[in-house]
Design a protein around this ligand. Sequence first.
Ligand code: C5P
Length: 236
Amino acid sequence: MNKVTQLYEGKAKKVWTTEDPELLIVDYKDDATAGNGAKKGTIHDKGIINNRVTNHLMKMLEKEGVPTHLVEEISDRETIVKKVTIVPLEVIVRNIAAGSLSKRIGLPEGTPMKKTVLEYCYKDDALGDPMVNEYHILAMEWCTKEELDLIAKYALKVNEVLSAYLKEVNIQLIDFKLEFGKLSDGTIVLADEISPDTCRFWDTVTHEKLDKDRFRRDMGGEEDAYKEVMKRLMGE
Ligand code: C5P
């Protein structure tokens, strides 16, 4: 399968069409941005790590009954995925308060949530990805009620499966962001990535941050943190 034309270039990935109209190739970059593009940099080999970690986790989620866009990893940085129409929502799941939730409601980072928190943000860079609720989503027809119920069900299942799996390698899943898409036949599948760019991973014992917050907050050590996540998950 070959790349034909570049369909899109995002902050962390390029997406290419292929000879097959139903399939795309995703090409992961080392570029890192934070604060909606306000901070820019690179994290050496991030593209390789995010490609491999995403595919590793998506394969596991498929086995657990969460359909994904994954078809096949074809190189260190490239993966064939099913073409989807992205539902324009960032679906955020939170187990422990951190980041924007801590700021918004004044809860110190690290406070466990008594109940899993599910949030939706409207994917729009110009608007800064504002948080929206189910009423907004249905009023704007970004998806149907049935689709949103399925998205919520899958997001909570991803949380259950990943939290348990990561715990075995001493990683606490603090929170994460998912995106979903629709195949040409209307099936909802998990799309985009699941990586240290899109999840907060803390070492269970030391609470050391093993994710993009190291870059966002100028803490340093992001390359080692990303490598450590891959090592713990994939043994390399
Ligand atoms: O910044 P905030 O606390 O809302 O982020 C919640 C989770 O969603 C974090 O794991 C973060 O990495 C992820 N996220 C993301 N892309 C965004 C916003 C948040 O991957 N645009």
